[in-house]
Design a protein around this ligand. Structure first.
Ligand code: IPM
Ligand code: MG
Length: 356
């Protein structure tokens, strides 16, 4: 098969971890006889520096012409510490999500047996946890207008907007996933306060009727946040709006040991996108210490979701599990054993795939 990928390393640790991801992707292509071609493109702070635009048209064109977008991270302290900056790297990410129509962000959370001791929770609470958070990605507070400041600068406002159509398509997707899994959907909202949440719940209840063998539950987001740390195994599919999904998935990721482990797939109207859920971690950039596993696992999702190549994805996952069992891991998840560099982990995994 021919795989045309848009490669967008982005900022901070993005380039280092994506280099490891590409080693694994290339190794899998060699193994299974796929022809890989990829085009580099800029997004985020590096794109602002080069072109003034965090998501340049040239990047969008490359994404639209590719079969999948493989993306690292964006963000830079240069902009984080400057609230007056007119253009921000995050705008590039939002523009990319919106223009590619990526309305569903799929974040699988699975406990890794070799990482149980790294979890802030007791091992028995985490062992066996396996759920998917499906986060709405192109609506809500992230995109609602008006957004801004009053003239005197002393009042600020954001707007949360959701249409029935936006809710329907993501909730339906969640139920379709649940049908193939343990058949349970947890709809997370704040329907006791927010009008948008009440519409979410109403639409979700209507859609639930089309899936009689799937169990539904409706949780307020504060309660869901608590349950995630109290009883993570109670979840199968969580579906929620943009902002709640952003917050809950950071929480969920550390339950399994490290933010550096969680991959994601964003799917929607045009080319799908695969990215680690962590950010650009500027403190670690260039030090060769960042955990590349979320990026590598995002490569596995790319094979599965964009190309329907499940054996290929499974081999990457197996290689990642083997690297953890062998203790070939970066400092964030190394226990008493030696910590390895980003590139060493990438090389080990590529070699494992080659020999498999
Ligand atoms: C994420 C990130 C982004 C988000 C940031 C970098 C804009 O936190 O993908 O979860 O808030 O969506
Ligand atoms: Mg986030």
């Amino acid at each position: 098969m021919k795989l045309n990928i848009a490669l967008l390393p982005g900022d901070g640790i993005g380039p280092e971890i994506m280099e490891q991801g590409m080693k694994a992707v290339q190794a899998v292509c060699n193994k299974f006889g796929h022809e890989l071609s990829y085009k580099h493109a800029l997004v985020g702070a590096c794109a602002i520096d080069a072109t003034g635009n965090p998501y340049p048209d040239a990047t969008h064109d490359i994404c639209m012409q590719s079969d999948a977008v493989y993306f690292g991270a964006i963000g830079s302290p240069k902009y984080d510490n400057n609230p007056d900056a007119k253009v921000r790297p995050e705008q590039g990410l939002l523009a990319m999500r919106k223009k590619l129509g990526l309305f569903a962000n799929i974040r699988p959370v699975t406990a890794f047996p070799s990482l149980l001791h790294k979890s802030p929770l007791r091992a028995e609470l985490v062992d066996g946890a396996d759920f998917i958070c499906i986060r709405e990605l192109t609506g809500g507070l992230y995109f609602g207008r008006p957004q801004g400041r009053s003239e005197d600068g002393n009042t600020a406002y954001d707007t949360c907007v959701y249409s029935r159509e936006e809710i329907e398509r993501i909730v339906r997707l969640a139920y379709q996933y649940a049908e193939k899994r343990r058949k349970k959907v947890s709809v997370v909202d704040k329907a006791n306060i927010l009008a948008t949440s009440r519409l979410w719940r109403q639409v979700a209840q209507e859609i639930a009727k089309d899936f009689p063998d799937v169990e539904s539950e409706y949780l307020f987001v504060d309660n869901a946040a608590m349950r995630l740390v109290q009883w993570p195994k109670s979840f199968d599919i969580i579906v929620t709006e943009n902002m709640f999904g952003d917050i809950l998935t950071d929480e969920a990721s550390v339950i399994t040991g490290s933010l550096g482990m969680l991959p994601s797939a964003s799917i929607g109207l045009h080319t799908s996108l695969f990215e680690p859920i962590h950010g650009s971690y500027p403190q670690a950039a260039g030090k060769n210490i960042a955990n590349p596993l979320a990026a590598i696992l995002s490569g596995a999702l790319m094979f599965e979701y964009a190309f329907n190549l499940t054996d290929e994805g499974a081999l990457i996952r197996k290689a990642v599990a083997a690297s953890m069992d062998a203790g070939i891991v970066t400092e964030d998840i190394a226990s008493n054993s030696k910590a390895y560099h980003t590139t060493e982990v990438g090389d080990w995994i590529a070699e494992y795939i080659k020999k498999a």
